[in-house]
Design a protein around this ligand. Structure first.
Ligand SMILES: [Zn+2]
Length: 359
């Protein structure tokens, strides 16, 4: 039974109707009551493991409809990527490829799957730089159509929970900033595990719930149903039968990725239900305490007292000016633009030591 709404303030503990996706416990603590636009959004943390989620979860059919039709328009203001978006996404893609050395050591002739492929920039550049045959899954029609026609990509238009990529297993599955949008991230990782060849790798990147680089008032938003820290995401991967092998944090620690491997010579676990011992093995009360402490200490006042908001605004303005200059000299055709970016790419310094297991 949910706590009566008039009694809920940050810090309130109650038993949520839905169990935790990771440890299946119901006990939660309220982290925030507003999204980043100031609208009501109840965000709670499971006190059993530290996984943070929206409570209650939105309805599944409404979510699917939203991602098929509206999401890219709401967040990018268009139904196909602009040149600026392609430039930005292309640079982010090259940064990802260069900071994840394991991506460059995939088997020759191997297969990769990019989930939430968007306009296809990462899938295209991954194929170009590694020789992997890359398939994409993207729920939005307009972006998928763009990726097919301008980049010649093999793209399935589908939400992840209905996608059936053809042709057997993959050596690599990548998923950047998708898992936090899904109603059942545990089931999503189990699907990914089932698509991986033994020894294959999954790279999953999400926003970091421990981030202090932006105001706590801007941390939560309605489309992010889950918020992870690295131990919770790795434990969710382990529950799906995947071994954590690498962690990477962005320089401002606002995002992180984990690399998970499907072990060889071991079957995947059966899907763990609430009654199975697997859920209890996922309890991490120390991690819940850590997440709570980080979030409680990062108040809007303390954030304003640092120089981070100013530094962030200056970096954004500088990046935008740099993009405008680059767009003037880059070819208009999306594929030719990505080819040029790839040929000119110089990995930033942080990419060279990116794949460490720094906590
Ligand atoms: Zn939990």
């Amino acid at each position: 039974m949910n706590a009566p709404s008039h009694a809920i303030v940050p810090g309130t503990q109650y038993a949520a109707h839905d169990p935790c996706n990771l440890c299946h416990q119901h006990a939660v603590r309220v982290v925030s009551l507003r999204d980043r636009d100031g609208s009501p959004l109840c965000t709670v943390m499971c006190t059993g493991c530290g996984l943070v989620r929206a409570d209650p979860m939105p309805d599944a059919a409404a979510l699917d409809r939203y991602y098929r039709e509206r999401y890219r328009i709401d967040y990018k203001r268009q139904s196909a990527p602009s040149r600026r978006h392609i430039l930005r996404a292309g640079r982010v893609a090259l940064d990802r490829i260069s900071r994840l050395p394991r991506l460059q050591r995939m088997p020759a002739g191997g297969r990769a799957l990019d989930i939430g492929a968007g306009g296809g920039e990462f899938a295209y550049l991954l194929g170009r730089t590694t020789g992997l045959a890359v398939t994409g899954i993207e729920p939005n029609e307009g972006y998928a159509q763009h990726a097919r026609t301008t980049l010649g990509l093999d793209l399935v238009v589908s939400p992840l929970n209905e996608a059936m990529p053809a042709g057997g297993t993959f050596d690599l599955v990548t998923m950047f900033h998708v898992l936090e949008h899904l109603r059942d991230p545990g089931a999503a990782l189990a699907r990914i595990a089932s698509w991986l060849a033994p020894g294959g790798l999954a790279v999953v990147e999400v926003p970091n719930v421990e981030a202090t680089c932006q105001s706590p008032l801007h941390l939560f938003h309605a489309a992010h149903l889950y918020n992870f820290n690295a131990p919770a995401l790795e434990r969710l991967g382990e529950k799906a039968g995947l071994e954590p092998v690498d962690r990477w944090f962005s320089p401002d620690r606002g995002n992180f990725s984990v690399t998970l491997r499907r072990p060889e010579g071991r079957p995947l676990p059966a899907v763990a239900g609430p009654a199975s011992g697997a859920a209890e093995a996922c309890a991490m009360p120390d991690n819940a305490e850590r997440v709570w402490q980080v979030r409680a200490a990062h108040t809007p006042w303390r954030h304003r007292a640092t120089l981070q908001p100013l530094g962030r605004a200056l970096r954004r303005a500088g990046a935008r000016a740099g993009e405008s200059l680059a767009l003037r000299r880059l070819p208009p055709d999306p594929r030719a633009m990505l080819d040029r970016l790839c040929d000119e790419w110089q990995p930033p310094a942080h990419a060279m030591d990116g794949a460490s297991r720094a906590a």
